[in-house]
Write a protein that binds this ligand. Structure first.
Ligand code: GRF
Length: 221
């Protein structure tokens, strides 16, 4: 089978991008990163991609009049690179239907909490403030809501009494680096199936190895 063609969108440090690149290098992930696009010109993630010999592009949202125009520019880049799946690895912009409809059910995100708890920014702080005893990370398909798409996988970590945002974030991030490449490999192996669920329009059913994994709403919520 041909390696899965990935496009990665980043805004920050790119440690998840690094985990994906490392998994490919170690032959744990049958994929190729065709393009890394950042909306932040100085993102460390871009440096990591260049070091790995991966093509990069900067598409700065500040150069566009609307979210749709920005998303159209992203779609053009991804299509030029013949990307099959888009990976959001610390990408700090919300995608509009303009982008999502170009890659229907082919956009993945990782979030540093056990969704549907604590969506949005500062998820680790939200978890500490609430006083939960466990947290973790979630890999999900992206829809036009904030961290609302169908869940593919989650990994759980303990929340300790003396945790700070930094210590909890570090423990979760270590799990992200294992979980994200693992889910991508499931996709590369053809183990993930996404289909319209029976009867109810707009909903999608996600199956892993033929077993129901998640049901989510495909469009906006
Ligand atoms: C991670 O915590 C991820 O869950 C969130 O953004 C952060 C990205 O970190 N979506 P990095 O840029 O991959 O180091």
């Amino acid at each position: 089978m041909e390696p899965l063609r990935l496009g990665v969108l980043v805004s920050g440090s790119g440690s998840n991008l690094q985990a994906i690149l490392d998994a490919i290098r170690k032959k744990r992930l049958d994929a190729t990163v065709c393009l890394v696009v950042s909306n932040q010109p100085k993102a460390l993630a871009i440096e990591r991609a260049r070091r790995a010999g991966v093509a990069t592009a900067i598409v700065n949202h500040k150069d566009y009049d609307s979210r749709e125009a920005f998303d159209r520019a992203l779609v053009t880049k991804m299509r030029e690179a013949k990307v099959q799946w888009v990976v959001l690895a610390g990408f700090m912009r919300l995608l509009t239907p303009t982008f999502l409809e170009a890659f229907p059910h082919r956009v993945l995100n990782i979030h540093p909490a056990l969704l549907p708890s604590f969506p949005g920014i500062n998820a680790q702080q939200q978890a500490l403030d609430y006083g939960v005893r466990v947290s973790g990370c979630t890999v999900h398909l992206v829809d036009s809501g904030t961290d609302t798409g169908p869940i593919l996988a989650q990994s759980v970590v303990d929340v300790r009494a003396d945790d700070t945002v930094d210590t909890l974030s570090a423990r979760i991030l270590a799990r992200e680096h294992v979980l994200f490449p693992k889910v991508l490999q499931w996709i590369a192996q053809g183990r993930v199936h996404i289909m319209a669920s029976n009867g109810s329009s707009g909903r999608v059913l996600v199956q892993l190895d033929g077993v129901r994994a998640s049901v989510g709403v495909a469009g906006a919520r």
